[in-house]
Design a protein around this ligand. Structure first.
Ligand SMILES: Cc1cc2nc3c(=O)[nH]c(=O)nc-3n(C[C@H](O)[C@H](O)[C@H](O)COP(=O)(O)OP(=O)(O)OC[C@H]3O[C@@H](n4cnc5c(N)ncnc54)[C@H](O)[C@@H]3O)c2cc1C
Length: 381
């Protein structure tokens, strides 16, 4: 358990949790980050983000909805959403442990071995080991089942060969989870397995990819015969597709929407402040604001659903959120670029370019729409 989690026997109300979280955030967010973020060098900024993951653990806010028996806080989606909103408002850093906490930890609880859970969960929650995701390849993105990275059987393990791309956090990561082909002769979907790979192993090579906005949030990760022990295969051989599909559902959860809502709301507020009195823009601006508040309302409904039934209905509701917030943010930033004040040009330029990626990652919006039409609306394929 973390050093200062709530240990009273009475269950804490959501209001009490929010007060505790807000008080902690006000103290914990580094002033230099809040006030001087734009002036920090890449190294300074990375150090703060890494330390933030450790602070979250020490403060009792790491793995909020994750079960206590595995080292999490054992709370619900409501607390996680509240924390994301308060953290965004307090301008807290975005740590590097996101992939580990939201994807790797649930995967290991569902499909990992006891040895894997004991080895990987504690340092991941303490913010000491950073993870990244090795799914996409130059010729396999939406068609994830078409990955070609090959894991060949050798004595006591496998040798990995292939190239993963768009690997977020690869430059900072200690480990990567990799979907690879173990049996090229097996039918599609049954030929894949999931591996946990040390980023410092011989034969793992990382190259930055610089983005249109100038920053390098991700990289290409090349495997040149890197060795993976058999004990680091998650599940059985051929279980990779099932494990990957469960993991992608975690990726589209409600908590990210909460932080995105705060960012979009703050962009809409900036527009209202700066061009809100222009009658020629009033209608479009009003529509953006209404869509922003509808997003908040939807988020509330998803949290209620998670309380009542964290099953199929919840996942159906969640799959619409990503499409909603990503398209809204792109519309807001486009409006900002077209109509924002010249004083805010740098802000809108950066936001506009950053927002291009959000309809692509975690599965493109076209793929989300396929899922919504087939699995929610029941339309024919
Ligand atoms: C910021 C960012 C971070 C990322 N981080 C990671 C990461 O950490 N790890 C990782 O593995 N990947 C990551 N990705 C990759 C991401 O998952 C892929 O870019 C995404 O799945 C799309 O694959 P693709 O780029 O190969 O496009 P393609 O699959 O080639 O798609 C090209 C276009 O065709 C459309 N299309 C394709 N198939 C269909 C279909 N069946 N129906 C309708 N339209 C279709 C797509 O919607 C898209 O518009 C990241 C991407 C971004 C932008």
């Amino acid at each position: 358990m973390s050093e200062s989690s709530n240990t009273t026997s009475e269950p804490e109300t959501i209001e009490a949790f929010a007060r505790r979280a807000d008080a902690w955030l006000q103290e914990a967010v580094p002033a230099v980050w809040r006030e001087n973020r734009g002036a920090l060098s890449g190294t300074e900024s990375d150090a703060i983000r890494r330390e933030w993951d450790r602070q979250l653990w020490r403060g009792g806010f790491a793995g909020i909805p994750f079960p206590r028996e595995f080292g999490g806080q054992g709370l619900g989606l409501a607390e996680d959403v509240v924390f994301h909103i308060l953290a965004a408002k307090a301008q807290a850093p975005d740590g590097f442990s996101r992939v580990g906490k939201t994807l790797v930890a649930p995967m290991l609880v569902r499909s990992g071995s006891e040895v894997q859970r004991e080895r990987y969960l504690p340092p991941l929650l303490r913010g000491e080991e950073v993870w990244c995701q090795g799914f996409s390849e130059p010729d396999a993105g939406s068609d994830l089942a078409g990955v070609r990275t090959r894991a060949r059987r050798v004595k006591d393990g496998y040798r990995l060969t292939g190239r993963k791309t768009w690997t977020t956090f690869a430059q900072h990561a200690d480990f990567i989870f990799v979907l690879a082909v173990t049996d090229p002769a097996a039918p599609r979907y049954r030929n894949l397995s999931m591996f946990l790979v040390d980023m410092r192993a011989e034969g793992v090579v990382v190259e930055d990819i610089r983005q249109i906005s100038g920053v390098a949030h991700f990289a290409e990760t090349q495997f040149e015969g890197a060795f993976v022990p058999e004990s680091d295969r998650v599940g059985g051989e051929g279980d990779g597709w099932r494990i990957a599909m469960e993991l992608l559902s975690d990726e589209r959860g409600g908590s990210e929407t909460a932080a995105r809502y705060v960012e979009i709301r703050s962009d809409v507020d900036l527009l209202l402040e700066s061009v809100g009195d222009r009658s020629d823009l009033a209608r479009e601006l009003e529509e953006l604001e209404v869509r922003t508040e509808v997003l908040r309302w939807q988020l509330g409904k998803v949290v209620d659903l998670d309380d009542r039934d964290p099953g199929e209905e919840y996942w159906r509701a969640v799959s619409t959120l990503k499409v909603q917030w990503s398209e809204l943010w792109q519309d807001v930033t486009r409006f900002g670029v077209e109509h924002g004040l010249p004083d805010h040009r740098d802000h809108w330029r950066y936001q506009y370019l950053e927002s291009r990626a959000v309809s692509i990652f975690s599965g493109t919006n076209e793929i989300q729409r396929n899922i919504i039409s087939e699995r929610i609306l029941g339309l024919p394929r």
